[in-house]
Structure formats: structure tokens, C-alpha cells
Design a protein around this ligand. Structure first.
Ligand code: DGL
Length: 266
């Protein structure tokens, strides 16, 4: 019997985490839920995010998930305790894995974290990073999610300007000479802006992408048996399957098929 991994995100972004997991977990059945009717989570309150997240993971468990990956940084930052309390299977969130990876990479023990407004306001990354001995500067970047969803990712001048502005704002938060040497991408959408961050940073910081490190951690925990069978994916969304299919392929890096609509209880 193959393992079923449930992957939860507010919408499309979690496909970057799934994309990173697919080659690492062959033979696995992935059930992905994108709560597209209720996105974005990044501008919502803790109570609302927790309520949405709990109903979403309940659904993934009904689909047979043996293990849950909370791909959404906002849900991981604000609702992991509620999710764990509601879950009957192990739960992996992106915040702890991202912070652990940053602590491994940073020589200066200093990290800049970027995320949605809700993620940054929760200070979940700050706590997880401080607990690992890192000095942390946090910067909310609320405009980046809509820009990525608009498809303005490949050196688009507006996106380049916005990235520069946010990095400039972050720079004003640390003292001269104490620039962090590590940038932690604390949002599912930011891996699609990797080229933009590389350009803007020009090698000044090492980039840690919470999607990639979470996938690696999931593979470590689940220790997949080498299997010739490719991973299988089923997708569920709370809004239009067609829209998810067309927008999602950019996040997954391959066509998104098998998408079904689902109604979740409030
Ligand atoms: N998935 C969210 C995150 O990683 C970004 C999109 C949203 O705000 O819903 O924080």
C-alpha cells in the first residue's frame, strides 16, 4: 500500500512545495487541497485562518491522508497548533523546517524573513529562528502574492521595483554592517520570484526557500522506498477547477490534472 500525503494550501502556492516533493517521494499518492474560494489567507486574522485550516485538514484526512504537509506559510505560522490538535496523523509545517534550514546555512547567525502580512505579524518565523540562535529581521511583502498570481514573475519591471522596495525597507531595519547573510523565503509564492531575488541581492545573501527544505524534510521523515512508480496526484479546490488548472501549472511546473471541486463546511 502506498503512502498518502495530504498537502494543504490556501490556493495555488502550495504547488511549489508539492513540486519539490514529487521527485523525492516516488510511489506516493498526493492529495492536494487548495482553499481557493477563501484565499488569500495572508491578509486574514488568526481565528479565521485557523477555522479554514482545520476544516481543510479534516477534508484531507477523509481522503485518506496518512501524513499532512501544511504548505501554506500563513497557515503554518498562525494555525499549526489548532491543526495539530485536529489531526489524527503527523503534521509537518513549513515554518519550523524553514527556520532550521536558515540556522544551518547562516554563518553570521542573522536572517531576513519575508512573508505575507499575517505571517510576519504572527512572528512565528522570528520565534522559530530566535529559538535556534538567529538574529531575525522580518519584512511583510503583501504585494508579491498578487504579482506572482498575475504572472509577472520573469523580470517584470513592476515586480523588480516592488522587490527592491521591500528589500530596501528591510535594510532600514538593521544596523549598518550587520546585514543578514541569509534570506528566508517564507511564502509559497516566492520561489517563483527566485530570479528576481537573485538579481536584487547580487550574492549578498544565501537564499533559503521554505518549499524546498520542507520537501526534503518530508522525504527524510517518510523515508520512501525506491519505487519505479511515479508519484500520483489528486487535486481538490474550493473554487473553480478550471482556474486552478490554468494558473496552477506555473506553480507546479507541469500540467495540473485531476482537479475536483469540493465544498468545505464553514
Ligand atoms: N500560501 C500563502 C503563504 O504561503 C500565500 C497566499 C495567501 O496569502 O493565501 O503564506
Amino acid at each position: 500500500m502506498s503512502m498518502t500525503v495530504g498537502v494543504f494550501d490556501s490556493g495555488f502556492g502550495g504547488l511549489t512545495v508539492l513540486r519539490a516533493m514529487l521527485p523525492l517521494l516516488p510511489g506516493t499518492r498526493f492529495v492536494y487541497l487548495g482553499d481557493t474560494a477563501r484565499l488569500p489567507y495572508g491578509s486574514k486574522s488568526r481565528a479565521t485562518i485557523a477555522r479554514y485550516a482545520v476544516s481543510s485538514v479534516e477534508f484531507l484526512q477523509q481522503q485518506g491522508a496518512d501524513f499532512l504537509v501544511i504548505a501554506c506559510n500563513t497557515a503554518s505560522a498562525l494555525a499549526l497548533d489548532e491543526i495539530r490538535a485536529a489531526a489524527r496523523v503527523p503534521v509537518l509545517g513549513v515554518v519550523e523546517t524553514g527556520a532550521a534550514a536558515a540556522a544551518n546555512v547562516s554563518k553570521a547567525k542573522s536572517v531576513l524573513v519575508l512573508g505575507t502580512a499575517a505571517t510576519i505579524a504572527s512572528h512565528a518565523y522570528a520565534h522559530a529562528c530566535s529559538a535556534r540562535g538567529l538574529h531575525v529581521v522580518e519584512q511583510a511583502c503583501p504585494l508579491l502574492v498578487p504579482l506572482v498570481e498575475e504572472g509577472w514573475t520573469d523580470h517584470h519591471p513592476v515586480t523588480a521595483t516592488v522587490v527592491d522596495l521591500y528589500l530596501g525597507q528591510a535594510q532600514s531595519l538593521y544596523a549598518k554592517g550587520s546585514e543578514p547573510d541569509t534570506l528566508l523565503l517564507g511564502c509559497t509564492h516566492y520561489p517563483l520570484l527566485r530570479a528576481e531575488f537573485d538579481r536584487a541581492l547580487a550574492g549578498r545573501m544565501t537564499i533559503v526557500d521554505s518549499a524546498g527544505v520542507t520537501a526534503a524534510r518530508a522525504a527524510e521523515l517518510l523515508a520512501p522506498s525506491p519505487s519505479a512508480a511515479p508519484a500520483r496526484c489528486e487535486f481538490f479546490v474550493t473554487d473553480s477547477p478550471q482556474q486552478f488548472q490554468s494558473l496552477g501549472s506555473r506553480f507546479l511546473g507541469q500540467p495540473v490534472e485531476n482537479v475536483q471541486h469540493v465544498e468545505l463546511p464553514e
